[in-house]
Design a protein around this ligand. Structure first.
Ligand code: AHM
Ligand code: MG
Length: 354
């Protein structure tokens, strides 16, 4: 098997002083990057490392999913949002919570799979200033058929006093307040991509040494793309402006690529350009995807790579003020020229009388 580390030092410049021609592990990169932050205490560094460890554990289980009894729907069947819960959803959720609780680097957690926030008891009386939100296994309906799935995470600084327990308000913050966001894609190879607001970097898991190694430095999304990504099966349920935009994509001979696993679709768009759409449908009038666990972290990443992310009311996703933990949103995200083009369609057609 080709070593992932051989791809280290791809295009772009680094936001750290790491030379481009040698293996750089995720841990080393995180520690070096800490020096970019004047008042860094090491907490954020610790959190990112915890997520890296959880990702390796989940990766191990995802990779052998067909061999052990971990495929299929979990006992109980659904989470609080009414989504089908797979055994691997439950496993991934438990592992991330466990890793975060063991280190105590965050004071509370919110997961797409849990109804309420989970307070993390302090470890060795250390006060933590961060909360973490995540979707443990996004696109999990794809697991049973061996299609890529992902973990998405977002880290915020708490608003409440560090002496007391975390509150819901610590989580109901606009996406602009994220201090870090990222995803892990369990695909043909496993890659962890994250940002702390200073560019986007990707780390491929080299199975031969069990380490995430820097493979995609300073990722930049292409200004334009030739693919669009939407569940076209819902076409007749979309609003007029969305149908006209999809017609336009087809007229322009854009390719349709839709995996049904948002992390995979966004990863492709980050690398090759394109646009991902999840507008309102009859089943999900406010959109399907969750603002806090999916839209905000992926919007931060895409913006950091030079892209754009808006909802179908043309509001920047990162400026939305969340009112509830499991809030859903519509989303259009990707190459800036394509999001602008969609915006022009919405402005033009939503103004027409029905
Ligand atoms: P999940 O968090 O329950 O897995 O749902 C989110 C997923 C996204 O990854 C994907 O883009 C979307 O749901 C697919 O939905 P649909 O099957 O309606 O197209
Ligand atoms: Mg999800």
């Amino acid at each position: 098997m080709a070593s992932a580390t051989k791809r280290s030092g791809t295009s772009g410049h680094s936001n750290t002083s790491i030379p481009g021609n040698r293996i750089v592990t995720l841990d080393e990169f995180i520690i070096r990057s800490e020096k970019d932050f004047e008042y860094a205490t090491g907490e954020l560094t610790g959190l990112l490392r915890d997520i890296g460890v959880a990702a390796k554990i989940i990766n191990r289980e995802v990779n052998k999913a067909g061999l052990v009894n971990i495929l299929g729907v979990a006992d109980g069947g659904e989470n609080q949002s009414g989504d089908t819960q797979q055994k691997l959803d439950v496993y991934a959720n438990e592992k991330i919570i466990e890793c975060l609780q063991n280190s105590g680097e965050c004071c509370a957690i919110a997961s797409e799979e849990n109804t309420d926030i989970i307070n993390v008891p302090p470890v060795t009386s250390k006060k933590s200033h961060y909360v973490v939100m995540f979707d443990p296994l996004d696109g999990s309906s794809n697991i049973d058929v061996n299609v890529s799935v992902g973990t998405i995470f977002a880290i915020y600084r708490r608003k409440s006093d560090a002496d007391g327990p975390a509150t819901l308000e610590d989580f109901l913050q606009a996406g602009t307040k994220q201090v870090a966001a990222g995803y892990v894609l369990y695909g043909t190879s496993t890659i962890l991509v994250y940002t702390t607001g200073r560019g986007v970097n990707g780390f491929t898991l080299d199975p031969s040494i069990g380490e995430f190694c820097l493979s995609h430095r300073n990722m930049r999304i292409p200004e334009n793309g030739s693919n669009y990504s939407v569940n076209q099966g819902y076409y007749s349920k979309f609003d007029l402006e969305m149908r006209r935009y999809i017609d336009h994509c087809s007229d322009q001979n854009y390719g349709l690529r839709y995996i049904g696993s948002m992390v995979s679709d966004i990863h492709r768009i980050l690398i090759h350009g394109g646009i991902f759409l999840y507008p309102s449908t009859r089943k999900y009038p406010k959109g399907k995807l969750r603002l806090l666990y999916e839209c905000n972290p992926l919007s931060m990443l895409v913006e950091q790579a030079g892209g754009k992310a808006i909802n179908t009311q043309l509001k920047r996703i990162l400026d939305m003020e969340p009112a509830e933990l499991h809030q859903r949103s519509t989303i259009a995200i990707g190459s800036p020229a394509m999001v602008d083009e969609l915006q022009a369609f919405i402005e033009r057609y939503s103004a027409l009388p029905l």
